[in-house]
Design a protein around this ligand. Structure first.
Ligand code: FE2
Ligand code: FE2
Length: 436
């Protein structure tokens, strides 16, 4: 019966496209369809479902070779109709509207269910086929926009605060605290999303981005060490302000570079000493972040000097961000190489225990690594996995080399695929942060 109904629907559609409504063929075709609905729904509404390209009535698949079956299934598919439910009181006017709607060009804006309702059709109800991939991608996109707005808010509050400090005024960091707290809260909720933000770069505001990214990496170490929330807040603030001493210098004068490098820790500590209500750790971190465990570094300290733990964490975060940032005359290291480089630099230049915590938190393929998988597809690591070799990957190019949009992340832990190499983003002209 359901098969005959599909054939009658297809016949009515054909007649509607060929004849005016007053034509006997048109009338006959619609009588057959409306009469068919009345008969098949005598015991209650009848639903046609689409599943994997085939039409079903209840759990029975309808014969694909029945007249009109293929074209109606294609219409369901094109309009993303999951089901149509016919009611016993379907009128000829309802049938005409239904056929007009499914004759329209399919588009993302055309939802058959909404359109039927808007045009007052009560005799047939449609259900839209929701695409889980698209839905998840839309949610992810929205969250990503919010995260990026938060990151930019932090950059702009820092910009205001540093402008005040740079012009010799006493800075208020009152606006900065709540934004740091919101980043921290988001980090606790989804650390991978925040680590993805740290892949953002803007050469025109390199110092501000460096501050914010150093903060994100320092928090990564702090969370790995299970520092309580108030401590993490302070650590974040210290990291954000670690290079503030650079503001006192003319950055565009190459002759000043060595002076800036050597003096910015002391100058930074002096600037922060004038900021009211600031945690004293911020001054220490500004002062000590270029001191190394082997006693070298700057400014010069007495032998055996041990820097504050936050300073040692910020040193690692600072170094990682520098290593992964493109410098004039060279590309930055890929994240996987940068973590290896950090391990090489311990214990002389960096605190070995905190470095190991950082490397553990980042994984062998940190968030932001562009990787080629064993089937030749390419993606960006979007979150670490329990197995350091099997992170979560957001595919960017399929195995056929074609760009992929709105695909859910692949968890390598649940997949036969593995990472075969890390690709420098410049090799594929990719901006990794666009995919995170
Ligand atoms: Fe510095
Ligand atoms: Fe720095």
């Amino acid at each position: 019966m359901a098969t005959a109904l599909v054939t009658a629907l297809s016949g009515a559609r054909k007649a509607h496209s060929l004849y005016p409504q007053s034509h006997p063929e048109h009338r006959a075709a619609f009588d057959a369809f409306v009469g068919g609905v009345a008969r098949t729904t005598a015991a209650g509404p009848l639903t046609l479902n689409l599943h994997l390209g085939r039409l079903y009535h209840e759990s029975t698949v309808l014969p694909a070779d029945a007249p009109g079956m293929r074209s109606i299934a294609e219409s369901f598919e094109a309009h993303r109709i999951e089901s149509l439910t016919f009611q016993p009181d379907l009128t000829e006017a309802d049938a005409i509207v239904l056929i007009e709607i499914i004759g329209m060009k399919p588009s993302a804006d055309l939802d058959v269910a909404t359109e039927l309702e808007a045009r007052g059709v009560a005799g047939v109800l449609a259900r839209r086929l929701e695409a889980p991939d698209e839905e998840a991608a839309a949610v992810r996109e929205e969250r990503r926009d919010q995260d990026r707005a938060m990151y930019r808010r932090l950059v702009s509050t820092m910009k205001r605060a540093t402008a005040q400090i740079g012009s010799g005024g006493s800075a208020s960091l009152a606006d900065t605290g709540p934004v740091v707290a919101s980043v921290l809260e988001r980090f606790m909720d989804d650390s991978a999303a925040v680590l993805g933000l740290a892949m953002m770069r803007d050469p025109s505001e390199a110092d501000l981005f460096h501050s914010v990214n150093t903060m994100i990496y320092a928090i990564t170490i702090g969370v790995g060490l299970e520092i309580p929330p108030e401590g993490l807040n302070t650590l974040g603030m210290c990291a954000l302000l670690h290079d503030i001493g650079k503001l006192a210098f003319d950055r565009n004068d190459p002759a000043q570079h060595e002076r800036i490098k050597l003096l910015h820790p002391r100058v930074g500590a002096e600037i922060l000493a004038r900021v009211p209500d600031i945690d004293r750790a911020a001054m220490l971190v500004a002062y000590e972040h270029h001191h190394r465990p082997d006693g070298t570094g700057w400014p010069e300290m007495e032998p055996g000097y041990v820097a504050h733990p936050y300073s040692r964490m910020v040193s690692i975060a600072d170094r990682y961000d520098r290593l992964t940032t493109d410098a004039p005359g060279g590309e930055g290291l890929t994240p996987d190489r940068a973590v290896v480089q950090l391990l090489r630099e311990t214990p002389g230049a960096l605190d070995p225990i905190f470095t190991r915590v950082f490397v553990r938190e980042m994984g062998a393929f940190p968030v932001g690594c562009l990787v080629r998988l064993s089937d030749q597809s390419v993606g960006v690591v979007s979150a670490p996995g329990l197995d350091p070799l099997k992170p979560r990957v957001r595919l960017v190019y399929g195995a056929d080399g074609i760009a992929i949009e709105a695909k859910p992340d692949t968890d390598l832990a649940d997949s036969d695929l593995s990472i075969v190499e890390v690709v420098p983003p410049a090799d594929l002209s990719e901006t990794v942060s666009d995919h995170l």
